[in-house]
Every structure is written in C-alpha cells, then in structure tokens.
Write a protein that binds this ligand. Structure first.
Ligand code: PLP
Length: 413
C-alpha cells in the first residue's frame, strides 16, 4: 500500500484493518473493492455486534417481560434513537425500521397512494431514479388511474430544473426523488425541489440510499416529508433500513401491513392500531440487524462524516483525473455536484467484458444498468462500468483500477 496514505487526513492503514474483508484476495490478487454503492463492507464493531447479539441478547422484542426480551427491546430502541439523532429527526417515533430503501419507498407509495392519489392525479419522479423509486409509483399510478411524470436530465446527468417547474401543478400529489444518483453520482438540488413542492403543498419523498453514508443529513433542516435508506450501504447489516416520515404524515397514513406489534387491540369485529412507530412495524423485525445498524452509526460517527465526505471527494477527483487520460474512455455522468461514483464506458466494448477482466485482477466494480434502465436508455448505452468509493478506499486502489482498465482495453482489442 502507498506510503502516501499516512499523509492523508484519515489513518487509512488503521481504518482498513477495521474491515477484515479488505485484506482478502480475489482470484489470487488483493481485493480492490470499488462496488460500495451496491453494498459497503462491514467493520469489526458491526461484525462483533452481530455475534454478540446472538451470544448474549437474542430474544424477541416488545413482547416479553423476561430479562432477555427487555434487553433486546432496549437495544432495539436505543438503535432507533441513534438513527433519529443521525438524521436529526424531531422524534424517535418518526424512524421506522424497514427491510431497506425499497421497502420504505413501497410503504409510502402503497399507503400514501391508497389514501391520497386518485384518478387524474400525478406523481413526479426523476430520470435518475433507481427502479425501486420508479416501479412502486408506477404500480400505484396504474391502480389509481394516475400518471407518472418524469423530471428530465441534461447530458451531464443533472436534473433540468426549469422543466421541473413546468411539471408542478395542482394535480401533483407527491414528488419522489433520489438525493444522489446511484449510477452517476449526481447530487440533486433537493432543497430547491422541496421548497418549490411545499410552496404548492406537495409532499416530497427522498431516496437517500446513496446519500446517507456520504453527506450530513438533517431531515428537519431539509424539511423533507419522507426519506428512505438502507443499512447495508452504510456499513451496517443487510435486510434493514429506515423510513423517516414526518409525524404529521405518519399519523395520517393507515398501516402498510397487519400483524403482531402493529395493533393495540384485536377482535374479530375490529382492530385498533398501535401508535408510531410500531403501527408500521408488523411482525418480528430483523432485530439483530436493527441493533447492529446502531453500531454502524457509532462507527461512522467515530470517523466523522465530514472526513468521510472529504476522502471520498478526493477519490472521485483523483479517479476522474486518472481515468480521463485513457483513450476511448467516456464518462457517463459529469454533473458539477457529485458524490462517490465514477461511471464510464469504453468505446467499442461491452461493460460486462471489461468488468469480467477487472474481476480476474481482483477489482470489484459494478457493470450493467445499475437498476436504472431508463437512464441508460437516455444515454443510449446498455450499461456502464461503475467504480463507487467508500472512505476506506485509497488512491493506490484507484491506480490499480486505472492500470486494470488499460490492460482490459489491450486484451479486448
Ligand atoms: N435507491 C438507490 C438510489 C439505490 O442505489 C438503491 C440500491 O442500490 C436502492 C434505492 C435500493 O436499495 P435496497 O436494495 O437496499 O432496497
């Protein structure tokens, strides 16, 4: 590893030791993990917390008076408090544990859609959306006879805000938009979107799956109505995520699913529902993952989100500069404001072929449409090669990627 690392703001040699998988090999080569937008790696404090949960805490939550159940419930609720603080929610009960971003968006599309979207209404999304912020809205629009409107983008992969202005009208019932694009890294002007939407009384859902691990998020300052993200992209376990909703909205919505924990009383004639947040947490949750997501938040806080963001910015800048020297490489997504992602194509080569060769060199990048098919159609390409960075990545790894891409081009020529 490059000795220049010690010059950097973060002690990357120490940090990388926190992530055991980073010192493994793939195909006989040291792993260079640049697929962090798909899922991040996990540090020891999270891995150990998972083991500790099953060796000292395992029990169901909110149901037992016995010692273990109380302890597990305390840890589960403590994690909720950590997450509420992390995004600066006004109340802990505005933080709902879900399976992930997809689950959170489906919850809102389904519950909000059932109650507040009708025939002839409109839902606005953007061209940059992940399929999980397209399909749930398409489904509810189809069911209700509403239509889906899409904020267009320019060639750099930025939203065209003048076109957004023209989409706003009294038929629009909700706007659902990504904070950061997973395919291009574009950081969207979410404050402007929220401000303009609220001026017309339209609520906004933000898909923060690619934002929450890179940028400081303050839901009160943003004044966002709903915000969804996934634990596994922020150094936590899979199968857990958060839906934040303003208390006023969550109180208005009817439950998503019925079952244990979300009820107050049940008779065969009528059920009354539990209060927030339990109203939206039917059934036994992913207790271990919910608790250990709190450990991931502790870990992020111990490093500092500001330092994380600076390191990732530097990596994006460095990777962009180095990759731009390669003949035949074209960047897809060149927005002024970007976070953590560099996407590109190689003239005359399919992204999969390049990705396959990189994998043989131990380099993990994502190739394909990244669950954003409409966006790839916009650029007229089947997909991109995407390197997505986390703060534990190094410039030395960027160098390996650049050499790997050059080699792949030679081999495929
Ligand atoms: N939204 C964005 C922007 C994403 O990048 C992803 C995953 O890559 C998702 C939503 C879906 O997240 P999950 O699969 O964790 O539900």
């Amino acid at each position: 590893m490059s000795t220049s690392l010690v010059m950097e703001e973060l002690d990357l040699i120490k940090i990388r030791k926190d992530f055991p998988i980073l010192s493994t090999t793939v195909n006989g080569k040291p792993l260079v993990y640049l697929d962090n937008a798909a899922t991040s790696q996990k540090p020891w404090p999270v891995i150990r917390a998972i083991e500790s949960y099953y060796t000292s805490l395992n029990s169901n939550v909110h149901r037992g008076v016995h010692y273990l159940s109380q302890k597990a419930t305390d840890a589960y609720e403590q994690s909720r408090r950590k997450l509420a603080t992390y995004i600066n929610a006004a109340f802990e009960h505005e933080v709902i544990f879900t399976k992930g971003t997809t689950d959170g968006i489906n919850l809102v599309a389904s519950c909000f859609g059932k109650q507040f979207i009708g025939k002839g209404d409109e839902v606005i999304i953007s061209y940059l959306e992940h399929h999980s912020n397209i399909v749930p809205w398409q489904m509810i629009c189809e069911e209700k006879g509403a239509s889906l409107k899409v904020i267009p983008i320019n060639e750099k992969g930025e939203l065209i805000m003048s076109a957004f202005d023209k989409l706003l009208n009294s038929r629009v019932k909700i706007i659902a938009c990504s904070y950061v694009s997973n395919s291009l890294g574009t950081i969207n002007p979410v404050r402007e979107i929220i401000g303009k939407a609220h001026a017309l009384g339209i609520p906004v859902l933000l898909d923060a799956a690619q934002a929450v691990q890179h940028l400081e998020l303050d839901v009160q300052e943003l004044d966002v109505d709903f915000l969804a993200f996934s634990g596994h992209k922020m150094y936590g376990p899979t199968g857990i995520g958060i839906l934040y909703g303003k208390e006023s909205w969550l109180n208005k919505l009817q439950p998503y699913q019925g079952g244990g924990d979300m009820i107050k009383t049940v008779t065969f004639e009528k059920t009354t529902y539990n209060e927030l947040p339990f109203k939206f947490e039917a059934g036994t949750p992913n207790i271990e993952a919910a608790i250990c997501l709190g450990n991931a938040v502790d870990y992020i806080n111990s490093i500092g989100l500001d330092k994380i963001a600076r390191q990732e910015e530097e990596l994006v800048e460095y990777a962009t500069a180095q990759l731009s020297l390669i003949t035949g490489l074209r960047f897809i997504g060149t927005a002024e404001n970007k976070a953590s992602v560099v996407s590109f194509v190689i003239e005359g080569q399919h992204p999969y072929d390049v990705g396959f060769i990189l994998d043989k060199m131990g380099i993990a990048v994502r190739t394909g449409h990244h669950c954003t098919e409409p966006l790839m159609n916009f650029f007229g390409i089947p997909g991109t090669i995407r390197a997505s960075f986390a703060f534990y990545n190094t410039k030395a790894e960027v160098d390996i990627l650049v050499e790997g891409v050059k080699k792949a081009i030679t081999m495929l020529a």
